[in-house]
Ligand binder design. Structure first.
Ligand SMILES: O=C(CO)[C@@H](O)[C@H](O)CF
Length: 532
């Protein structure tokens, strides 16, 4: 009897990835299909089409289907033993949507194993180019939705976010208003995650609570569709969406198509797929009180939150590994590009010099504070460079080493302030899991640790969504017995402790955090008034 294994899939923006892990959580197989490179016939750039209006961004759904055909054929020709797969789960880029044409359920259910999926399903989609998360063409639908439910804060209180252009409800509203006949031909609307699960299930897979939280349609507290949001977007929408399910749900056994075509076992279970960020939270094995900070082009914060307070920034999602709690997502657009620009201007382009500047300046920077937004920031909505001395007077520049510290302390104070606005609380057990380029710089991590007064661990998250999906596949098989994901994957490699807080950091940064929050109100973008 072959040793059992578990598959994790990631239908991300630029590629389809798969990872197989054994029962000891060791990775035994990895592969990917890169959309632009391996499927050139679709002529995508970064896996997508940016339309001429520069606002509309879509991806061809048949490209995702064909990528699955390709990767399964690659696995088959590499001799991968599909019979050993006990369960599979996956992730999809959040917010994207797939529109199944009337009658497609029969094609999905009766797929003939002689043919590849992309030939079987080629006539199954009412919308051939699916809107994805990079789209920002639904501003009017967003304002309609907010008006319909009583305003932005009300919508955030119901669905966890104010209206965002990329969120699926607004995308559906746009399709309904611009192509009502296409909407009428649609029998099922999936997210990318539930679309991918449907391919393996041979039936329409339900949307899970966590990815469903990225639609501006799901009541995140009761975990049911919000009638007022559905009605504001399109008629008869609930029937096209189906009922949402807990993210750990076992949806059923794999479709006979895969048993006959690839040799999967009839006992292989399909566990609900979810969004890439919720899957990453699982892959990073975040626990209550933890914060994951991805220091990338834009900086992203993942928070595990018990009692969230939805705000006009950031996103509260149902937690993918614990349906009783929540996760929060905060995006900071001025991330590594901002750090690199200051490194070039103030440290001759050298990270060593940058780090030396951090070492040569004192924590708290003698009260000097800075806001560094070369591009319009998301959290908060602000732009430009704003410097303040210890008397809160605006100054036009800082000495180079003061500028460097003001940048790093400001970026991390903003993260703590906005995380706490969403209901996050730094606890004694809080751990910061840092990933991304800047997480290799210990001087930068020391500032992070001091501002949060918490230890910082580093983890490799290159495949966190894929790995998290494989972990969730295992967890789905035992979730009904109230076993936590953390218990199921406790044998996985531990994050590495990188730095701990400097003694006195909490007392030092508490007043600075208060000043920073007050000054931030002064720099927030207000198109009607002149900048500060
Ligand atoms: O829009 C996002 C989250 O709200 C992105 O992180 C997408 O999930 C990327 F696929």
């Amino acid at each position: 009897m072959a040793a059992p294994c578990f598959l994790g899939w990631d239908f991300s923006t630029q590629q389809l990835k798969v990872i197989a892990i054994d029962e000891h959580l060791r990775v035994i197989y990895e592969d990917n299909v890169h959309f632009d490179k391996d499927l050139p016939e679709f002529k995508t750039q970064g896996g997508a089409y940016v339309h001429s209006d520069r606002l509309t961004v879509t991806s061809p759904v048949l490209m995702w289907v064909k990528a699955l055909d390709m990767i399964l054929e690659k696995m088959k020709s590499s001799g991968f033993n599909f019979t050993q797969v006990r369960a599979l789960s996956g992730a999809g880029q959040q917010h994207g949507s797939v529109y199944w044409k009337k009658g497609s359920i029969q094609t999905l259910k009766n797929a003939s194993p002689e043919l590849p999926l992309h030939q079987l399903l080629k006539a199954c989609f009412a919308v051939s180019n699916s809107p994805i998360w990079m789209d920002s063409s639904t501003a009017s639908q967003c304002s309609n939705l907010e008006k319909a439910v009583g305003g932005a804060q009300r919508l955030a209180a119901i669905t966890g976010s104010r209206a965002y252009e990329r969120f699926t409800g607004n995308q559906i509203a746009k399709i309904y208003s611009q192509n009502p006949e296409v909407y009428a031909q649609t029998e099922r609307i999936s997210l990318v995650s539930s679309f991918a699960a449907s391919l393996f299930l041979g039936a329409y897979a339900p949307i899970d609570y966590s990815d469903g939280s990225g639609m501006n349609l799901l009541q995140i507290w009761e975990k049911v569709w919000s009638a007022s949001c559905l009605d504001a977007c399109a008629p008869g929408l609930e029937e096209k969406l189906g009922s949402p399910v807990p993210s750990h749900s076992v949806l059923g056994s794999i479709s006979p198509y895969y048993i006959q075509r690839y040799g999967f076992s009839p006992d292989c279970k399909v566990v609900a797929f979810t969004g890439d960020n919720p899957a990453s939270l699982a892959g990073m094995r975040l626990q209550e009180g933890d914060i994951a900070i991805s220091l990338g082009t834009s900086d992203t914060l993942f928070l595990w939150i018990q009692e969230p307070t939805p705000a006009l920034e950031g996103h509260i999602l149902c937690n993918p590994v614990d349906s009783q709690t929540f996760m929060a997502l905060l995006c900071f657009k001025n991330g590594s590009l901002m750090r690199e620009r200051i490194r070039d201007d103030c440290a001759s382009g050298s990270w060593d010099e940058f780090s030396k500047a951090l070492s040569s300046t004192v924590a708290g920077n003698n009260g000097n504070l800075g806001f560094y937004f070369d591009v319009m920031e998301i959290t908060p909505e602000a732009v430009g460079i704003h410097r303040f001395n210890s008397d809160n007077q605006k100054v036009s520049d800082f000495p180079k080493e003061v500028e460097i510290r003001a940048l790093i302390e400001g970026q991390f104070m903003a993260k703590r302030i906005h995380a706490e606005k969403l209901g996050y609380k730094v606890m004694p057990r809080t751990r910061i899991l840092a990933t991304g380029g800047a997480s290799h710089n210990k001087k930068i991590l020391q500032v992070l640790s001091d501002v949060f007064n918490a230890p910082v661990y580093t983890i490799d998250t290159a495949n966190s969504a894929c790995l998290g999906s494989a972990y969730r596949a295992i967890h789905g098989l035992v979730a009904e017995t109230n076993v936590s994901l953390a218990d199921v994957v406790k044998l996985a490699p531990e994050p590495r402790l990188a730095v701990t807080p400097t003694t006195g950091a909490e007392e030092l940064y508490r007043p600075l955090l208060k000043r920073y929050a007050e000054l931030e109100q002064k720099v927030i973008y207000n198109p009607t008034s002149c900048p500060v």
